[in-house]
Write a protein that binds this ligand. Structure first.
Ligand SMILES: O=C(O)CCC(=O)C(=O)O
Ligand SMILES: [Fe+2]
Length: 293
């Protein structure tokens, strides 16, 4: 059928079908940003190894502010180490320092590559890992797709970034991943978890580490004095259910007016989910098109 003979709905269905990307493919609209930000090596590593280290992503003074926000929040709320043994503050989106960090161009580009256009903010949390006195502190080997059925989908659904405010070496407790483990597309068995050969994702201050939702990873062991202060920031493919609910921020006009523009996208402002009656046709079209990219 010619373009002209098509109804609006038929055109939309044809555009959605034509937009479909293969798993790991970079869309035409994202390609120039990957190029400009020099992220091809990272794209390749995420595809091949399931994890990557991105350098020079965050201004160093902004990291100092981020570190202060995480420590202040944990101290002022009296947050204690929970099950993981690591003091954690959650729901950090909406804090102006955190908002500036998560909307930096390298984070947004890598998230879009990994979790697709229209990706939404999920867990945005801060943790402070102390030196281990022999005990394991943190999260043992797991995959962040854990609430998805197995086999995990080929299209990545959860893209986690860990951003250490002072960088992290192996001794300082760098997160460890098992290279290539994302290809199993399932959780590790207890035997696999105890035998797995994980490697540390070391990164200098200003960079971040990132892995796919299928990649097996664990908190590293800190063997030196001091603490590792990290922002854990996950984005989710638009159709999956984020762990945290930030929709109150979408109703806060004063906040939205002052927040970086890209925050709207991370909150799902353009998606049709949560509509009470008939969804807005423009949002329906936009959501369907973004879902393929
Ligand atoms: O503490 C770490 O290094 C890893 C934490 C983790 O599993 C995550 O953020 O998904
Ligand atoms: Fe994790």
């Amino acid at each position: 059928m010619s373009e002209q003979g098509m109804s609006e709905s038929e055109k939309l269905i044809a555009d959605v079908a034509a937009g479909a990307l293969a798993p790991g493919e970079v869309s035409d609209s994202l390609r120039p940003r990957i190029e400009e930000l020099d992220l091809w090596r990272n794209v390749e590593e995420l595809r091949e190894q399931g994890a990557t280290v991105v350098t020079d992503a965050v201004p160093l003074d902004l990291l100092d502010e981020l570190r202060a926000v995480i420590h202040r929040t944990i101290e002022s709320e009296g947050l204690k180490a929970g099950r993981s043994g690591v003091p954690t503050c959650g729901m950090l989106l909406g804090n102006s320092v955190v908002d500036r960090v998560v909307t930096l161009p390298k984070l947004l580009a890598m998230w879009e590559f990994s979790a697709g256009q229209g990706m939404r903010a999920g867990t945005i949390s801060g943790t402070v890992l102390k030196r281990s006195e022999g005990e394991f502190i943190g999260v043992p080997l797991h995959a962040d797709h854990a609430w998805l059925p197995q086999p995990f989908p080929e299209h990545n659904c959860v893209a986690t970034i860990c951003l250490p405010c002072e960088g992290m070496t192996e001794e300082e407790g760098a997160t460890r991943t098992v290279p290539g483990s994302h290809r199993h597309r399932r959780l590790p068995s207890p035997a696999e978890a105890s035998e797995a050969k994980s490697i540390p994702l070391e990164v200098a201050k200003g960079g971040f580490v990132m892995w796919t939702g299928s990649t097996w990873h664990e908190t590293g062991v800190r063997t030196v004095p001091g603490v590792r202060t990290v922002l854990h920031a996950s984005c989710h493919r638009l159709y999956t259910q984020p762990v945290h609910d930030y929709t109150h921020l979408l109703r806060d006009e004063a906040y939205l007016a002052a927040a970086p523009e890209a925050i709207r996208g991370l909150l799902g402002a353009d998606l049709f989910f949560g509509t009470e009656s008939t969804p807005d046709p423009e949002k329906v079209a936009k959501t369907l098109l973004m879902a393929q990219q």
